[in-house]
Design a protein around this ligand. Structure first.
Ligand code: GDP
Ligand code: MG
Length: 619
């Protein structure tokens, strides 16, 4: 016994303490901790087992008695220390003076949480008990699986309960304690099926047989075979216990007395004696086994736990970064904070319009989008040019038909072609303006998104930025449009300075050697029809190239560069005003709550990590 105790103090205690400390840090809010959940059909004896383990009477009876998950935290004290009890749920916390009051307090709590009827609730009631007579264990008592709904119960009560049970047992951190009475067929036990579903390898399922005193005469062999793992095999095996039956409760048999009776029962039982000898029977043996199982489970789960904590810390840190530190309280600092915030945003806007990397986590692809848009623009020009060439060809053919046989076949009215060219160029004006509008809309969208990201948490500031973006871009778009329209008006002056042209013409017209200007005044002797055609085609090419660059240039200049520069000025000007700047600093109230929450979680998790680190060193 003393070696067992020693082993306990060396191995078991630290593990239990570790989980306990993690629990008291509140880490359970962030992740699941190793725990034992008790599941079984209604009236299979779950509460009785807990009661025997904890030494305090719990609400019991027929029908659905456990209506909320009850977390029973037991802490072993040294001999002679007084009993301590505490119940907590929702915001309520209350010390319980003596064991006899526990049952009533739990009933009250359940009525408050799940209503006084027969409904159930997902919310946890926590009962803490510290005494020299309890094992170091935390167990969760769950509502029993109802085979049929009784009067007043919602018809889906069975599903509700199953869902609640699943919520607990599907966690890898939970050991499922499946309670099965000896007098029912284990193969039909719903709880065992559920446990096997979430833990097919039986790594974390322990079976408990109850009511061995109620086993039908002649079938005593079955429980023995089950405990020997010969019927439905569980890696962690089975235990068998006998608790107080209804009659013993009515007779007010005390819990210690009941333990004595249990021991006698097994010792003297013709069939179950062997289980007692093997250490697989009685409540104290169960307590021992559960403690060891829990400790093993904890040790096995430690790496997973550490991993989880690490991940959660990272997540909280990222979130905290995203939330930022919030505005300072000092008035002067507040303005500085706002200026920094706005500057950072407008700097990012400028970077965005230059295609440089941004400070805030916003990946802009406006440059790709614009490149696409401008490529399409170039294609518009080209395909329009192809059509144009076909038209000239037609025109020339007609012309030749008209004047064939005349003395001066080369004569052509230049005006005709000038009009054609002008017509053709005019066709590009509307597409150019449309392009401007498309790009303007894209830029606006992109900048608004950037504002949301960069000024995250300050809804007023975001709104103001968006309004500025909208009004400045309207303004710039107007200017750009009139610029584009003038460009097209200018293009009506048929003009180029292309040296290729000058050379060509120079050959023909010696006297015009130095001319850099093509005035397109030809006489019938100076140009043949074919040459004229060539001239016109290449002139369109030149205009096309010019517009392919010029239109995007105007759009980019006004819609990116100018817009960004003005936004920068206007935003900074806007916050000069004291009242406005205070308004802009108004933080999203959600953000503040989130930040507090996140910081608390980070603090807990970091403490948990330190705790685990220290523990692993000792192991
Ligand atoms: P729960 O619904 O699973 O929590 O079941 P309870 O613990 O409330 O028990 C249901 C009934 O079975 C109660 O009347 C208990 O007294 C009775 N009971 C529990 N364990 C035993 C046992 O080992 N032997 C006998 N005879 N009755 C028991
Ligand atoms: Mg119960």
């Amino acid at each position: 016994m003393s070696t067992l105790n020693q082993q306990y103090e060396e191995k078991v205690r630290p593990c239990i303490d570790l989980i306990d400390s993690l629990r008291s840090l509140g880490v359970e809010k962030d992740l699941a901790l190793p725990a034992i959940a008790v599941i079984g059909d209604q009236s299979s004896g779950k509460s009785s087992v807990l009661e025997a383990l904890s030494g305090v009477a719990l609400p019991r009876g027929s029908g659905i008695v456990t209506r909320c998950p009850l977390e029973l935290k037991m802490k072993r004290k040294t001999d002679g220390d007084p009993w301590f009890g505490k119940i907590s749920y929702q915001n309520h916390e209350e010390e319980i003076k003596k064991p006899g009051l526990v049952e009533k307090k739990i009933r009250d709590a359940q009525d408050k949480m799940a209503g006084s009827g027969v409904g159930i609730s997902d919310e946890l009631i926590t009962l803490e008990i510290a005494s020299p007579d309890v094992p170091d264990l935390t167990l969760i008592d769950l509502p029993g699986i109802a085979r049929v709904a009784v009067e007043d119960q919602p018809v889906n009560i069975g599903d509700q309960i199953k869902r609640l049970i699943q919520k607990f047992i599907q966690k890898q951190e939970t050991i499922s304690l499946v309670v099965v009475p000896c007098n029912v067929d284990i193969a039909t036990t719903e709880a065992l099926k559920m446990a096997q579903e979430v833990d097919p390898d039986g790594e974390r399922t322990v079976g408990i047989l109850t009511k061995p005193d109620l086993v039908d005469k002649g079938t005593e062999d079955t429980p023995v075979r089950i405990v020997h793992n010969e019927v439905i095999c569980l890696k962690k095996g089975y235990m068998i216990v006998k608790c107080r039956g209804q009659k013993e409760i009515t007779d007010k048999v005390s819990l210690p007395e009941a333990l004595q009776r249990e021991e006698d029962f097994f010792k003297e039982h013709a069939h179950f004696q062997i289980l007692y000898e093997e250490g697989k029977a009685t409540v104290p043996k169960l307590a021992e086994k559960l403690t060891l199982e829990l400790v093993q489970h904890i040790v096995k789960n430690l790496p997973h736990l550490e991993e989880q904590i690490k991940k959660k810390i990272q997540k909280a840190q990222t979130q905290l970064d995203r939330l930022g530190s919030g505005p300072p309280l000092d008035t002067a600092e507040r303005l500085g904070f706002l200026i920094d915030k706005v500057t950072e945003f407008t700097q990012d806007v400028i970077c965005l319009t230059k295609g440089e990397d941004l400070k805030c986590q916003f990946r802009s692809n406006i440059f790709f989008k614009l490149r696409d848009q401008f490529q399409v623009w170039k294609q518009t020009i080209d395909s329009s040019g192809n059509k144009f060439n076909q038209n000239i060809q037609k025109e020339v053919a007609q012309y030749e038909l008209k004047y064939r046989g005349r003395e001066l076949p080369g004569f052509i009215n230049y005006k005709t072609f000038e009009a054609m060219i002008q017509d053709q160029i005019k066709k590009l004006e509307q597409p150019a303006v449309l392009k401007l509008m498309t790009v303007s809309e894209m830029v606006k969208e992109e900048l608004c998104q950037l504002a949301e990201k960069s000024l995250f948490g300050f809804p007023n500031l975001i709104r103001a930025a968006k309004m500025q973006i909208e009004s400045i871009r309207n303004n710039k778009q107007e200017t750009a449009e009139s610029m584009l329209r003038s460009q097209f008006r200018m293009e009506m002056v048929v003009y180029t300075q292309d040296s290729r042209y000058s050379k060509k013409l120079g050959k023909r017209k010696r006297e015009d050697e130095a001319a850099r200007t093509v005035n397109w005044v030809f006489s019938e002797s100076e140009a043949t029809l074919k040459e004229m055609m060539k001239h016109i085609k290449s002139y369109y090419q030149i205009v096309g190239q010019r517009l392919a660059d010029q239109i995007p240039l105007v759009i980019r200049y006004y819609m990116l560069q100018e817009l960004a520069a003005q936004l920068h000025r206007e935003m900074l000007q806007m916050i000069q005003d004291k009242a406005t700047s205070e308004l802009m600093l108004h933080e999203d109230s959600d953000i503040d709550t989130q930040r507090t929450h996140c910081m608390a979680s980070l603090k807990r998790l970091s403490a948990a990590r330190r705790l685990l680190g220290r523990f692993s060193m000792k192991m």
